[in-house]
Structures are given as structure tokens and as C-alpha cells.
Write a protein that binds this ligand. Structure first.
Ligand code: MRU
Length: 357
């Protein structure tokens, strides 16, 4: 369950994956039903489901669907087919590492249970995908509990993009932190960046905060600096798509700019992300692959052109915020504080010695 009455981000039901179609929000709350793994892959590509942890859960469910669709009865033939399916899923989008993390977890499960027959293996994969959904919600709540200590009664908190229940199995990462502060009785207000070009802030974050009853005000992205200059922002909390070993953070395009403005105005800039969003194989953020999407997302809106016909446009979906601009990374294990390279290394050690904590 997403944890907001009335909708599920994603669920497994009767051997199908059901997700709220985020392209249609906030106007319509309609659900997509996927019975083939390729439909889930397309839903991820087209942003029907988006946000790093939600993409991870969707990828795991796609792998389970793919396994169910395999007709091989010989375990080795099944495993070969399953690997091919996993390769297709892993390529759905490049930046959010939760996608490959989830696919690898499903592949590891298959490798570790090579002695099982195909029907038992399929059952295990379906159970694992469902467990990953429940685990994601639990982890978000843990992050919320840690992160809410950084938010004070009366704070105005700015967020960018959507890192809420819709971007996760439920509860949210950055919005989970905000929500936990609200649930702890702190009277807060949220500045919601609209988040051009796909408007995840305007369409999704504002929708979620409205459902939760948390006071919020939508702003154009270019208003954030002026509000900071006027002392009307106390802190920033955002999510992440991939965090390098030194603490550099890839998140929705525009995040880096917000971090620079926050630093100039001495406003703490926090990132909330689960361990599954860390990529310890990359030493710094320059190695994070940045998705480039269709320029039409920039030149068109609501099916209409907003630029001269044929105008060239560049649509980088993410940017990288250097760790030096980040006051803390909130995880399910606690808060990493600067210097982040050392704190992230310690987090990796802690997670190794205590997986699942
Ligand atoms: O392109 P999107 O909508 O998938 O981008 C999502 C973001 O950048 C989120 O901030 C990030 O995934 C964190 S979600 C908890």
C-alpha cells in the first residue's frame, strides 16, 4: 500500500502489475495493468511509473512477470531466458541505480536457487518482488524517522521534483521526511518547485501533499532563489536517483541549481535516499550516466508547441550536485554528515556488516 488512503503506486495482483498512471495525474487517477514484463518496461520508459525506488520495485515485478511468462521447464533453459529478460529490464532508464539494483537482486535469487525446479523458482521471484515493495515502504518510514529531526516547528521546506509515495513503494523519501515531521506535530509549510519540463512537482508532489493535508505552495522553479534571499526557506530536502561513493548526488534536473542557491544563502540542503540508491562502484558523480530524454518534453506542453516549430532543445533529465553542497544524506541507517566521502564509506561498511538493518 502507498500509505495514502485511496491509491497504490504499484501492486502485484493476480499475476499482474498494477500501477497508478502518473502521466495522467493530477487530472485522472487511472491504473495501468501490465501482464507482460515488456509493458512494465514501457511504463518505466514513458514515466507512467517514475522515481528511483518506484522504478526499482517496478523492475523487480517486471522480472517476476517475465519469469512467469517463460515456458521452459528445464531449469538451465529457464535461467538463460530469465537473464535475457533481465537485460531488457535493466536498460529501461539509465540514471536511477535502483533499477539495476533490483534486477541484480532478482538475478542473485535465481543464481542462489539453481537446484529448485522452475515452478518453485517462479514462486520465489514473485514473493521477492512483493517483499521488495513492503521493504521499500518500511525503509522510507525509517528515513522519515531519522530525517524529521532535521526539520523544526515552523520551518518552510523546499523540495524539487517528486520524491513522495508516488516515487517509491509508498510514504516517500524526501516527502517521507517532510511527512514524518508533520506527523510529529511540527507546523511546517512546503515550497513545491514545479520541476520543468515534466512538472513532477506541480502534478505529483502538490497532489500528494494535498492528499496528506500538508500546507504547501507551488512555485515556478525560477522563484526559489528569490524566496531564499527573502529568508522564506529554512531548509531543502530532495530525493536522489544515484549517489556516488563520495556523496555526489544525481537527482532531477534543476536540483544542482537549488543546491547552489541554498549554499549561497546558508540554507541546509538535505538528500533523502535509501541504500539501494548508492552506487559504491562510482568514485564520483561525473561517472553517473545522465539520461537525455525527448526534446519534445521541453518544446511541447499538453500536446501543444510552446517553442517555434523545429526549435532545437536539450532535455537532460538529471544533474549532479557535488557533495560539498550537501548538509546531510538521510538514509534508513541514519544521517550521513559532511565530510560525505568518509561518511558514505562508513555507511557502506555498516551496511555490509548489517545488511537488512
Ligand atoms: O524522471 P523522474 O521523475 O523519474 O525523476 C525522479 C527524481 O528525480 C526523484 O527526485 C528521485 O527519483 C528520487 S525519488 C524518491
Amino acid at each position: 500500500m502507498s500509505d495514502i488512503p485511496g491509491y497504490d503506486t504499484i501492486r502485484w495482483q493476480d499475476n499482474a502489475v498494477i500501477m497508478i498512471d502518473q502521466r495522467r495525474l493530477p487530472e485522472e487517477e487511472v491504473y495501468l495493468t501490465c501482464t507482460d514484463y515488456r509493458e512494465v518496461v514501457e511504463a518505466i520508459r514513458a514515466l507512467a511509473i517514475r522515481g528511483a525506488p518506484a522504478i526499482g520495485v517496478a523492475a523487480a515485478m517486471a522480472a517476476a512477470l517475465g519469469a512467469l511468462g517463460c515456458s521452459e521447464t528445464d531449469p538451465r533453459a529457464f535461467q538463460r531466458h530469465f537473464q535475457d529478460i533481465c537485460q531488457v529490464i535493466a536498460k529501461a532508464r539509465p540514471t536511477a541505480v535502483n533499477l539495476t539494483w533490483a534486477v541484480q537482486r532478482m538475478q542473485t535469487l535465481v543464481a542462489a536457487n539453481g537446484d529448485l525446479g522452475v515452478p518453485a523458482l517462479k514462486e520465489k521471484l514473485v514473493a521477492e518482488a512483493q517483499a521488495m515493495l513492503a521493504e521499500d515502504i518500511r525503509i522510507n518510514r525509517q528515513m522519515g524517522a531519522h530525517g524529521q529531526t532535521l526539520i523544526h516547528d515552523g520551518d518552510a521546506v523546499l523540495t524539487h521534483c517528486n520524491a513522495g509515495g508516488l516515487a517509491t513503494g509508498g510514504y516517500g523519501t524526501a516527502i517521507g521526511v517532510i511527512r514524518a515531521a508533520w506527523e510529529a506535530g511540527k507546523k511546517i509549510q512546503v515550497w513545491v518547485d514545479e520541476t520543468r519540463p515534466v512538472l513532477q512537482g506541480a502534478r505529483l508532489t502538490a497532489w500528494e501533499l494535498g492528499k496528506l493535508g500538508i500546507p504547501h505552495i507551488l512555485i515556478p522553479d525560477n522563484a526559489a532563489a528569490a524566496l531564499m534571499a527573502k529568508g522564506r526557506v529554512n531548509c531543502v530536502v530532495v530525493g536522489a536517483d544515484r549517489i556516488a561513493a563520495n556523496g555526489d548526488v544525481a537527482n532531477k534536473i534543476g536540483t544542482y541549481g537549488v543546491a547552489v542557491w541554498a549554499s549561497y544563502h546558508h540554507i541546509p540542503f538535505y538528500v533523502a535516499a535509501p541504500l539501494s540508491t548508492f552506487d559504491f562502484t562510482l568514485s564520483d558523480g561525473s561517472q553517473i550516466p545522465i539520461e537525455e530524454r525527448d526534446p519534445a518534453e521541453v518544446t511541447r506542453m499538453h500536446g501543444r508547441g510552446i517553442a517555434p516549430a523545429g526549435c532545437p532543445a536539450l532535455n537532460l533529465a538529471f544533474d549532479v550536485t557535488p557533495h560539498t553542497l550537501i548538509a546531510g544524506i538521510i538514509t534508513e541507517h541514519g544521517i550521513c554528515r559532511p565530510p560525505l566521502p568518509a561518511a558514505v564509506a562508513a555507511l557502506q561498511d555498516a551496511a555490509r556488516s548489517c545488511p537488512g538493518a
